[in-house]
Design a protein around this ligand. Structure first.
Ligand code: OSB
Ligand code: MG
Length: 390
């Protein structure tokens, strides 16, 4: 670490808030859609009363990753929180060491770690983006505006899909990501390119294909795609390298990269050229910083993915995406693409150049609205599809 001596923190308490928020638009992927945005919001309180916020971005079902709201609650409450309460930390990068005895459960770990990042940035009176940069070599100062795109789910008809893309382009998004699945791929790409020959377009398969689909997928090469995201199994790296050899369009990996180690292996094998880094998927921002350094060193293109985060998770991801080694538009859209009313203020607004501006305040730079938080917690209790087992 460089610069002035940074302040340490002693942790008094960590509270969990499980929420459900209505989405303005469902995101149907090859694995389905959930009716609400769910998450665990982590509130950490320091010995002096200062609070930090993190988001555990899990769904109710183990469809994107293996974790769910209920598994993450169990791991967080019973194994992670006891390792931090009463402890003193000099930097959030000490958190993974404290969690070493807990294997896997990356989303749960990332949510708690994120709350510490916000808290310690605030304690040092720094924006989270600047605090991240403090943990990198000189030359990594954050940008004030972050290039972003929008991720659009599978629609009922091609006409509906075209109309929605048109709407997003009119709002100012310059990079469009479409979800694909067998039966919703070639015709989709052909129709979209007919209407929008020049847009920055990419497809995300969320692991919907196998190597046996190689001939079919090769036909996607004709559509001048920026990248194809995660065509094969969520836990595969090797077969992606075999398929990548047969396609010209670069692959971007999402689900199957869970650590800096995984990304190094993927690069060595040629399993993909681009990384969708979701800090939550790799276990937090400490591991994300390792991956960031690896990408800079290897010159591999990098962008930050999303899980339909509330303002808490999105502001932290935006702070990371502001780092200059994040070279492609990120999946971090304006607040109105996700929610009528988020639980944080102020909302993120898309700028005409398809960027979001970094919040000015310390930490994540947003204020959590306690009344909306309570409302979202009550909504989770009312709609929780899985009541307690005992
Ligand atoms: O595959 O990138 C994905 C959302 C939930 C689960 C998986 C994915 C996504 C997105 C949404 O594509 C991106 C966003 O938050 O805007
Ligand atoms: Mg994806």
């Amino acid at each position: 670490m460089k610069g002035a001596v940074l302040k340490s923190v002693t942790i008094r308490d960590i509270k969990l808030h499980v929420i459900a928020l209505p989405l303005v638009e469902l995101l149907k992927t090859s694995f389905g859609a959930e009716p609400y945005k769910s998450a665990i919001l982590v509130e950490v309180v320091a010995s002096d009363g200062l609070t930090g916020w993190g988001e555990t971005a899990v769904k109710t079902k183990p469809s994107y990753g293996a974790e769910t709201i209920l598994t993450a609650l169990h791991i967080t409450r019973d194994f992670l929180i006891p390792k931090l309460v009463g402890q003193t930390l000099d930097t959030p990068t000490q958190v993974p060491e404290r969690f070493k005895s807990v294997r896997g459960n990356h989303h749960a770990r990332a949510g708690v770690e994120a709350s510490i990042w916000d808290l310690m940035a605030k304690m040092n009176d720094m924006r989270l983006a600047d605090y991240f940069a403090q943990h990198l070599p000189p030359g990594n100062a954050p940008r004030e505006s972050v290039p972003v795109g929008v991720s659009i789910g599978i629609q009922d008809s091609l006409d509906g899909q075209i109309a929605l893309i048109k709407k997003r382009l009119e709002e100012g998004y310059r990079r469009i990501k479409l979800k694909i699945a067998p039966g919703w791929d070639l015709e989709l790409a052909r129709a979209v390119r007919r209407h929008f020959p020049d847009i920055m377009l990419m497809l995300d398969a969320n692991s919907a294909y196998t190597l046996a689909d190689a001939d079919h997928l090769r036909q996607l090469d004709q559509f001048d795609l920026l990248m194809i995201e995660q065509p094969l199994a969520y836990d595969d790296i090797y077969e992606h390298s075999l398929l990548q050899q047969q396609l010209q369009t670069p692959f971007c990996l999402d689900e199957s990269i869970c650590s800096a180690h995984d990304w190094r292996i993927a690069l060595e094998l040629g399993a993909g050229e681009i990384l969708n880094l979701k800090p939550t998927r790799v276990g937090g921002y400490s591991e994300s910083l390792k991956i960031y350094k690896l990408c800079v060193e290897r010159g591999s293109p990098l962008w930050i993915g999303g899980m339909l985060e509330t303002g808490i998770g999105r502001a932290a991801n935006l702070s990371f995406a502001a780092l200059p080694g994040v070279t492609l538009p990120s999946d971090i859209s304006a607040t109105d693409r996700y929610f009528d009313r988020d639980i944080t203020e102020p909302p993120f607004v898309l700028q005409p150049d398809s960027t979001l501006r970094l919040p000015a305040g310390a930490g994540i730079g947003l204020e959590v609205q306690r009344d909306r938080l309570a409302e979202a917690e009550a909504r989770w209790r009312a709609h929780n599809p899985f009541p307690p087992l005992f």
